[in-house]
Write a protein that binds this ligand. Structure first.
Ligand SMILES: C[S@@+](CC[C@H](N)C(=O)[O-])C[C@H]1O[C@@H](n2cnc3c(N)ncnc32)[C@H](O)[C@@H]1O
Length: 391
């Protein structure tokens, strides 16, 4: 069936000729008829869960990390948190609530700005600002820029290696009116910063090239004058990313909790995402003044702020509690969400040491953790008998 997004892509190709895979993905996800215009994307009724949707404990631990950063920076006021790719603002709301419980001084200095290409609707909150955009305004602020699963949603180019030659995949239309891949030869120099120099030896390799990362750092270096960037996403170091083991396995689609790999199906109804090459991400950051402070698995990062300790101390005294503990354990399960990467970078904060930034920080025992809400998987029993695929 011809979805509006499929028709728009078809028309673009008829008008302009074959388009890069990056342009295909841009239209399929972000045009007026693209996937991200759909209403129910996140949660039980949607296509996938992300860490903030599991349980608000995820946002509480992010809040602990940011509070420590704020204290280490000598408690600047005003203090800005910018969350780019905020989705349905689950992390934003829970984070803000956690800070209000944790530290009133920080809460009163705080403006939390959610930036997303899709429209976000939230109740009025004097600490919260919503911006519908694909970039962050260049205000040279002091604070923290945080994102969860933003970089994997940037449109990517696709390359393939055949007999020692590198090709970029374009999308055209065949004589039957179906989309077809067209391979255009390129050289190493075309994407020199994004591919390893030995790529031609990987005969048969196919994978994404995310050149948008570079534009992103250029943008956020104008947005953040002093502070930290916390990037949470899934992906690999370059050596693993550009390997035959990962070839053809780095671009994924998500529809109703089922993952696939054919971006030409369900255009406009399914998400398309690409794993992140974290070495290229770090290198792009360096170019724009963002120094690496820490690089962890999500499990290591959350445990360094006491998640494992909290889990050990939660009593499994009812079936319901056991269910919640199992769910939360997914956040630090290395074969699932715990295997995501957390990259912490800083700009104009060279004098700080990462060991001071996330060591010995625990949610104070006398404080309640924020309450579970409808949006959280912890509040839903519907998915228990279904298989849930995490990004
Ligand atoms: C996979 S979703 C993650 C949403 C949310 N962070 C979460 O963890 O549930 C990616 C989000 O990033 C947004 N996005 C993609 N590119 C963006 C950009 N350049 N600027 C702002 N938002 C962007 C998408 O609209 C989408 O809401």
């Amino acid at each position: 069936m011809n979805s509006p997004a499929r028709s728009l892509i078809g028309q673009t190709i008829m008008d302009d000729g074959p388009i890069s895979f990056e342009t295909f993905m841009e239209i399929a996800l972000y045009s007026d008829v693209g996937y991200y215009q759909n209403e129910d994307i996140f949660g039980v009724a949607g296509d996938y869960y992300t860490s903030p949707h599991i349980h608000p404990i995820f946002a509480s631990l992010c809040a602990l990390q940011v509070e420590k950063m704020w204290k280490t920076m000598d408690r600047p006021s005003p203090f800005f948190i910018i969350e780019q790719g905020a989705g349905d603002a689950t992390l934003a709301k829970d984070f803000s609530e956690a800070i209000s419980i944790l530290n009133q001084d920080l809460y009163s200095s705080l403006t939390y700005t959610c930036v997303d290409r899709r429209q976000i609707e939230i109740a009025d909150d004097s600490h919260m600002e919503i911006v519908q955009s694909d970039y962050v305004a260049p205000f040279h602020r002091t604070g923290v820029l945080i994102s969860n699963e933003l970089i994997d949603s940037f449109p990517v180019r696709m390359i393939e290696v055949r007999d020692g030659e590198i090709f970029e995949i374009y999308v055209g239309i065949d004589t039957q009116g179906n989309f077809e891949e067209i391979l255009i030869p390129i050289t190493l120099d075309d994407y020199a910063d994004f591919m390893p120099s030995n790529i031609r030896q990987l005969n048969g390799y196919r994978g994404p090239i995310n050149t948008k990362m570079d534009d992103w750092y250029r943008n956020i270096s104008d947005a953040l004058n002093c502070g930290f960037v916390i990037t949470i996403d899934y992906g690999f170091d370059r050596e693993v990313f550009f390997s035959m083991e990962k070839s053809h396995r780095l671009l994924q689609t998500y529809y109703k909790h089922i993952d696939g790999s054919n971006p030409f199906q369900r255009i406009g109804s399914q998400d398309i995402t690409a794993h992140v090459d974290f070495d290229t991400l770090k290198q792009s950051g360096y170019k724009y003044g963002f120094k690496e402070f820490g690089y962890f698995s999500q499990a290591e990062w959350l445990n360094s702020m006491g998640l494992d300790h909290l889990l050990r101390n939660m009593r499994k005294d009812s079936l319901e509690k056991s269910r919640i503990i199992n769910l939360i354990s997914g956040l630090n399960d290395i074969s699932g969400l715990g295997g995501f990467k957390v990259l912490i970078q800083g700009k104009n904060v060279e004098h700080f040491d990462m060991r001071d930034l996330n060591a010995n920080i625990f949610w104070p025992q006398e404080l309640e953790l924020p309450q579970v809400k409808n949006v959280h998987m912890a509040n839903s029993k519907k998915l228990e008998s279904r298989e849930t695929k995490f990004f």
